[in-house]
Write a protein that binds this ligand. Sequence first.
Ligand SMILES: Nc1ncnc2c1ncn2[C@@H]1O[C@H](COP(=O)(O)OP(=O)(O)OP(=O)(O)O)[C@@H](O)[C@H]1O
Ligand SMILES: [Zn+2]
Length: 479
Amino acid sequence: MKGAGGKGAVSHTQSLPQTRKDSVSSEADRSQWSRERLLEELKKKEEENEKLKLQLQHQHDVTPSCPSLTINTLTHRLPPLTETPLTHAQVARYSRQLILPEFGPKGQRKLVAASVLIVGCGGLGCPAAIYLAAAGVGRLGLVDYDTVELNNLHRQVLHTEGRVGIAKVLSVAQSVKAVNSTVQVVPYDVSLTSSVALEVIREYDVVLDCTDNVATRYLLNDACVLADKPLVSGSALRYEGQLTVYHYQGGPCFRCIHPKPPPPETVTNCSDGGVLGMVPGVIGCMQALEAIKIVSHLGTPLTQKLVLYDGLQGTFHTVRLRGMKSGCEVCGEAPTIKELIDYEQFCGAAATDKDKGVTLLDRNKRVTVEEYSALVEAKEPHVLIDVRLPVELEICSLPACVNIPLKDIDKAESINLIQNKLAGLGTSKVFCVCRRGNDSQLAVRKLESCLSPVQCQVKDIVGGLMAWAHKIDSSVPVY
Ligand SMILES: Nc1ncnc2c1ncn2[C@@H]1O[C@H](COP(=O)(O)OP(=O)(O)OP(=O)(O)O)[C@@H](O)[C@H]1O
Ligand SMILES: [Zn+2]
């Protein structure tokens, strides 16, 4: 209200008639206005300042006031944490959880002496980190190679507008320190790979998988089995989330349940499938709770059990998982995986969910956005098929497109529709467009198998609507 009131209040007072009383009050308003503008300026400068400070730390400079926020170099071994009696300050800070009979001072002492590694500082990692820090975990390791993007802020709630472009681990470290300066925070601005995973994981008591890709899930699983650490695994997509604990108290590991990786094309990420922020929020909090249960010996951990959360229905279901598999390649009786392997090769997919862009079609079956734009300018008759979901067309679309989602493109009614449109326009030219130019290539392939080349020539638009937004029309929103 305060921020929104500033400018609105000025235009309102300016339109009032100028009586003496009014002019006094408008002077007061003016001074209030300039004060608010100054405050706004100050806020902006403070944000810039914070960004610069974080960038400095990013370049491995130690900030004297907060040396623990330096990026950890991996070669630096961390001193062990030991259980000590609670100080008066700790008793005062954690009093509301200390009086829980099952947890009590004993649980708190264990938590303060515990270290938790969070891999992935996104939608799951943010809530997990802040709840663990607030509860008083002794040491929090944070791993992520990525930087904060504007489209992260709706769910990755520890990052701020002022930190867009900054390493996620530093952003989370900063937020965590602001809530509990007594927690040791160890940021690792790296991609967790086979060459570093064991070295990092061995330093921690529990590992939280807050990542978003299959290759990293197998890597973390194998590393946790080899280093003998419990792995609290979470995931969230659209309105649904899942949670379980692997390799703990004789329970199965991820490989016992999923010995083979899924075909890469069947895996959907948040960037393509969407996600409502509260869903990873719920699951991330539950991951933090499982970690606390493990280190403080509290309750019954979710080993050999999978929690399924349906945010739309507001329901939780717990299903029992199969037990440890004696033939499991990593945790079984005669394991064949004794060291970390190449997980990208094993999964046939990169250890990231970032869209790399694929080229499936020959150049002569594709047009660039510049070529398509010229064709539109020249009013060349053609049919443009947008193969995205209808909800995506509500965000942006090109004029005169026909929406046929990729999954429906080879259905008889879709083919009829395309043929009728072509006949109506007296053309054989079909162009397929999608968000980034991957699905549109699949659409071309599907259409080629349904339509004869005499009837039509199908091409895709390279880079899709995002290329159009960047190169042709900046009024098209990027999403
Ligand atoms: N091998 C890895 N090493 C380090 N960090 C990883 C690894 N794999 C995934 N991550 C990180 O895990 C996090 C997963 O979080 P999330 O999916 O919420 O974020 P995102 O990938 O930024 O989001 P979006 O999919 O919307 O672009 C990301 O920040 C990603 O960088
Ligand atoms: Zn196993």
